[in-house]
Design a protein around this ligand. Structure first.
Ligand SMILES: Cc1cc2nc3c(=O)[nH]c(=O)nc-3n(C[C@H](O)[C@H](O)[C@H](O)COP(=O)(O)OP(=O)(O)OC[C@H]3O[C@@H](n4cnc5c(N)ncnc54)[C@H](O)[C@@H]3O)c2cc1C
Length: 436
């Protein structure tokens, strides 16, 4: 029995502003396939696509518990990033080679996604504008100086931005120091994942609203949902933190929810008051700070805060988060006082203590890709693509970065794990100060 299924609410602004979704194709009756993939986030969508490309005569089934786009993949902030926001502070020079390889791997993920989006004409507002790291405090500014030094050490290009340049771009004078990293992209994430699912090769059958409630591992594996079943000799788990519920990586992933809010559409008079560019993405200088996106659809996105939990279904929790989002919003955009946050939602991240993810075989005929440490758009995509190639016996460049070592390290036993993570979240939040 698969314990704990994903729980959905309909608070995800990205999905709610899309045109109405078609009725889901639900798994019914008995379906046979050569490959079954569970989970239609970045990892599952990429694995299913690549398996189909490499095996045009095989049948692939992709099964998703929820509506595609109502998952973390469609709830995220839409930064498809090539390098970590904060490259390692200690022993950086020793890690320079590995940082370069990671960047090159993430860029392979971005390039692959960009190619699909452009070839298939996916309407997801893809922009190759990069990301701007911005600081409002002295501490944040010195973190950006350090970040610039790390980028110098690996010959990465960037541009520094001062207060007046940031004000010109953002309309607000909240930020004093910035760094433009030019090689990331931004998108409307729910539109991207819906588009990726809709344009899968014809030999992939996609089932939504079809949670897998039971798996009998064997040859073939049998997957059951409320109304149907799939049998397939090869199974891929691309279920984010839910992998533990399938009996793998137990007590090795740290379940975290992070939260986003989106304003209503701004009126033209409000846009005039705001000024600045009509589209940009701000990454906070401090890891516990606030991500901001100004969107060409005249809305503003705010993301901050972490909660130790696998689900975001507490309404009380969401109300508390929304209040903090309102504060962060108004601190940055005092000229927009009175603009409501129309949507507030949480989404699941899975992290591990040692920063390792999962990509590879976990049992006979069972493979998994998961735990992208909160940056799954590029990393989850490339992990899924590489996993499919690995299943087919290929050795893609850099796959060693995903498969090396023993994967995620074991957590401290609970309640110490929960206490430790929760204390760390509160400490970082206090440290973030005005960056939140
Ligand atoms: C608010 C927020 C902002 C973020 N911002 C960014 C960002 O800007 N850039 C970035 O790179 N990353 C960002 N992330 C992280 C990113 O969203 C995740 O790393 C990524 O979505 C993980 O992809 P995934 O495929 O592992 O998981 P998911 O997208 O969660 O997909 C896993 C799927 O498995 C399905 N599933 C689970 N159990 C079952 C079952 N029993 N049966 C069937 N299906 C099942 C789930 O319903 C889910 O759809 C953000 C996350 C959040 C929450």
């Amino acid at each position: 029995m698969v314990q704990d299924l994903p729980k959905s609410d309909r608070q995800n602004g990205w999905l709610e502003i899309l045109p109405m979704l078609p009725h889901p194709k639900v798994l019914k009756g008995k379906v046979k396939a050569d490959y079954a993939v569970i989970g239609a986030g970045y990892g599952g969508l990429a694995t299913a696509r690549r398996l189909a490309e490499l095996n045009p005569d095989s049948q692939i089934v992709l099964v998703e518990a929820d509506r595609i786009g109502n998952n973390a993949a469609g709830r995220c902030s839409g930064f498809i990033i090539d390098h970590a926001h904060n490259l390692r502070a200690k022993d950086f020079s020793e890690d320079a080679a590995s940082a370069k390889a990671q960047i090159s791997m993430n860029r392979a993920g971005i390039d692959w996604l960009r190619g699909i989006v452009s070839r298939e004409g996916i309407d997801c507002d893809w922009r190759d504008d990069g990301k701007i790291h911005a600081a409002s405090s002295d501490k944040g500014a010195s973190m950006l100086d350090h970040f610039a030094g790390s980028l110098d050490a690996i010959d990465e290009d960037y541009q520094r931005l001062d207060h007046s340049q940031l004000k010109l771009r953002f309309g607000t004078d909240y930020y004093r120091s910035g760094l433009l990293a030019p090689h990331s992209a931004t998108v409307q994430p729910a539109a991207l994942v819906r588009g990726l699912a809709a344009t899968l090769p014809a030999n992939v059958q996609v089932f939504e609203a079809s949670a897998i409630t039971d798996v009998s591992f064997g040859s073939p594996h049998g997957l059951s949902s409320a109304r149907g079943s799939v049998s397939a000799p090869v199974l891929v788990l691309a279920v984010n933190g839910f992998i533990e519920r399938f009996g793998f990586a137990q007590k090795r992933l740290i379940p975290l929810i992070t939260w986003g809010s989106m304003t209503r559409e701004l009126k033209n008079s409000e846009i005039d008051r705001l000024g600045g560019d009509e589209n940009y993405g701000i990454i906070p200088a401090h890891p516990a700070g606030t991500t901001v996106r100004r969107l060409p659809n005249k809305r503003i996105l705010i993301r901050n805060q972490y909660t130790y939990s696998a689900t975001s279904d507490s309404i009380k929790g969401r109300e508390r988060v929304r209040k903090t989002h309102e504060k962060s919003f108004i601190a940055r955009y005092p000229m927009l006082a009175g603009v409501e946050l129309e949507y507030t939602w949480g989404g699941a991240l899975s992290l591990s203590r040692n920063g390792s993810g999962i990509c590879g075989q976990v049992a006979d005929g069972v493979f998994a890709t998961s735990a992208y440490q909160g940056v799954g758009m590029a990393k989850g995509t490339i992990s899924g693509k590489y996993l499919a190639e690995h299943i087919m016996g290929e050795s893609p460049e850099h796959i060693g970065l995903l498969t090396a070592g023993n994967g995620p390290s074991r957590n401290y036993p609970d309640p110490f794990n929960r206490w430790g993570v929760t204390a760390n979240i509160s400490w970082r939040r206090r440290q973030a100060g005005s960056e939140e």
